[in-house]
Design a binder for this molecule. Structure first.
Ligand code: MG
Length: 400
């Protein structure tokens, strides 16, 4: 195969729904050959655009597109400071685009390059919600009617909604929550849902690192009787040493990782078998290249994959998740956010979900593209993020 080199690297920024989405497009010396990759960091998108176009691009122009691993290693280290969310997302955009290019050159989908399929489609989980146990239960039943078998249950979003405890005079605006009230609400919710739908459907829940570590240990024990498929992010990345306490106290399956971007965050949890599902945000960890290393590493320890798949992963990122899911022997479950029709129009090839399974298409590479003209009609809007300005009842700042 004659060498093909990188000719240009640019970022497509678009906001067709709630999240600002960033796609890196890598153009090559071969006429018409290009790749796309997800670099979405919706809250800091300007910084990622600058990292790609001002810092990575000059380093990448002229390089051989086939050398994905080498380019990843050098992209992550040649700025000396590494492993941050801005750089990791920027590197991911380039990395996924290079996998897309490699697949297009080979005439194969990316899952074939990874080792081929272990399964025909990836089972997904969806998000049920409501402001009362009854509303959540109704939402779960609607998803079950659509053929969903894995359903995440949240009451009042993360943290259970506004607290009943009054705020002190002068407390600033913000997204308030109350840890104790939230933890009690989770138990009320699962009591009702299990009573209504029985034990067959797989239920999940995301604590979103909103509890004190000891409260998280308590809740993991308290929900054990509901036989969850997994309990997500019970602890913050800053409190990793507490995972051992959860393990010692209960057999609730634990999922963790969407905030991780440093290998030292996931390595000990996997090697010590302190979690059951790794669920990094694939662009936040640097792309397909590190994700496949982690999947293989986790497989050695009986830990399954559950890559992060919310609305602030672009459809290109969801396609990358799907290729990993189809290949990985230790695939566990895939989160799915359900995009609107406009997103499917802007991103032809966005994975389709039928009857609880996400299916690949017949395209080579990642099997997805971007309609740039249409994407340009929905530019990213600047706004100060509100939901992440979380506070406890007394007004003090808390993790979102
Ligand atoms: Mg989560």
């Amino acid at each position: 195969m004659p060498p093909v080199s990188i000719q240009d690297v640019r970022v497509i920024a678009t906001q067709p729904a709630g999240s600002r989405l960033l796609i890196v497009k890598v153009l090559t010396s071969e006429d018409g050959l290009y790749g796309v990759g997800c670099a979405t960091f919706t809250q800091r998108f300007h910084a990622v655009i600058a990292a790609v176009e001002k810092h990575l691009k000059p380093f990448l122009i002229g390089r051989d597109v086939s050398r994905i691993e080498e380019i990843w290693q050098m992209s992550m280290t040649h700025g000396y400071w590494r492993n941050g969310p801005v750089l990791s997302n920027a590197v991911s955009g380039v990395d996924q685009a290079l996998w897309d290019i490699k697949g297009k050159r080979a005439g194969m989908p990316v899952y074939e390059l990874l080792g081929g399929k272990c399964r025909e489609a990836a089972a997904v989980y969806v998000h049920a919600g409501g402001n009362s146990p009854e509303a959540v239960s109704n939402s779960v039943q609607r998803f079950m009617d659509e053929g969903c078998r894995y359903i995440r249950c949240q009451m009042g979003g993360y943290g259970g909604g506004a607290p009943r405890i009054p705020k002190p005079d002068g407390a600033p605006d913000g997204a308030y929550y109350d840890r104790r009230e939230y933890a009690r609400g989770v138990l009320r919710m699962f009591e009702r849902v299990r009573k209504d739908v029985g034990g067959e459907v797989e239920l999940l829940h995301d604590i979103h690192e909103r509890l004190h570590p000891i409260e998280a240990v308590q809740l993991a024990k308290d929900v054990e009787r509901f036989k969850l498929f997994f309990l997500e992010d019970p602890l913050a990345p800053e409190d990793l040493d507490w995972f051992r306490n959860i393990r010692q106290q209960c057999a609730t399956p634990i999922a963790m990782g969407e905030l991780f971007n440093n290998p030292r965050e996931w390595q000990p949890l996997i090697a010590d078998r302190l979690i059951d599902f790794i669920r990094m945000h694939v662009s936040q960890m640097g792309g397909l290249t590190p994700a496949r290393h982690v999947a293989a590493f986790a497989n050695m320890f009986g830990v399954r994959t559950a890559w992060h798949g919310p609305g602030d992963t672009s459809p290109v990122g969801h396609a990358a998740n799907l290729h990993l899911d189809l290949w990985a022997p230790n695939f566990g479950i895939q989160e799915w956010c359900r995009f609107n029709d406009l997103v499917y129009e802007i991103f032809p090839g966005t994975p389709e979900v039928r009857n609880g399974y996400m299916y690949p298409n017949n395209g080579s590479g990642l099997g997805i593209d971007v309609n740039e003209e249409l994407a340009a009609k929905y530019p990213c809007k600047d706004a100060v993020e509100q939901w992440t300005q979380t506070r406890l009842p007394d007004g003090s700042p808390a993790r979102p």
